[in-house]
Design a protein. Structure first.
Length: 244
């Protein structure tokens, strides 16, 4: 009897997952990451296929997150761009190569946006161990895993230090969202650098960096607090929409 109940539960869970998965299928543009590995070098190609019989203006981000399990070294890089897709046509967006060691954990993420900065295509490939670099895995009540990624797009040690502090604070929030948070750095005139935290193109925090560790920790706490409020506002808006 227990065996029968377990089988029925598995069938229902599988059916539910299939239904939810089908709701996230992008019907306008198909994003695809193609990978070829030769002598521990991953050759990665990001592609986009226009599924509609109309021209479509898009932008894209191809991000690579890499972490070494043995020495905890981590890195990330991103390529982006804009183009117009011809109707019913597949194009190459970007290419990159990644050295892969036996202890490396690698995530490759391709996001495609429309003119309103809304995601219309997504693909994700993972290499390495189960533990993934800079990824917070959250489990909502329906049992499905939601992945939150904080993208490191800083350029200096100062920016990377802030990124580490911010990610530590962000992980404590246990935010249930699949939106990507971008930590970006822009070199300004002189020796100053501007750090920005944004979500879906909306700036959440922006400041001129200073090398003091206490300052970076304070700003990481301030930024994570604003991120928390941002997601709480979205949650309230979604609840209000559902009531109607």
């Amino acid at each position: 009897m227990k065996s029968l109940i377990l089988k029925l539960a598995f069938v229902l869970l599988f059916a539910n997952m299939q239904t939810i998965s089908s709701q996230t299928v992008y019907k306008e543009v198909k994003a695809k990451i193609e990978v070829e590995e030769v002598e521990n070098i991953l050759s990665v190609t990001g592609t986009a296929e226009n599924l509609k019989a109309v021209y479509k203006n898009i932008s894209f981000k191809l991000s690579v997150f890499k972490k070494n399990k043995s020495n905890d070294n981590k890195s990330s890089n991103m390529q982006d761009g804009r183009m117009t897709l011809e109707p019913i046509n597949k194009v190459i967006l970007s290419k990159t190569q990644i050295n892969r060691g036996k202890d490396d954990q690698i995530i490759v993420l391709l996001l495609i946006y429309d003119e309103n900065n809304v995601i219309i295509g997504k693909d994700r490939v993972v290499f390495g161990q189960e533990e993934e670099p800079k990824v917070s895995v959250l489990k909502p009540n329906d049992g499905l895993e939601m992945i939150g990624i904080v993208s490191n797009e800083t350029k200096t040690k100062l920016g990377n230090d802030f990124y580490d502090f911010f990610y530590s604070e962000f992980s404590k929030l246990k935010i249930n969202s699949n939106k990507i948070i971008y930590v970006q750095e822009e070199l300004t005139f002189g020796r100053t650098t501007k750090i920005t935290v944004n979500i879906d193109g909306e700036i959440i925090e922006e400041f001129i960096a200073r090398p003091e560790e206490d300052f970076l920790k304070y700003m990481s706490q301030t930024a994570s607090s604003k991120v928390f409020k941002y997601f709480k506002n979205i949650e309230k808006q979604n609840k209000s929409i559902m009531q109607y």
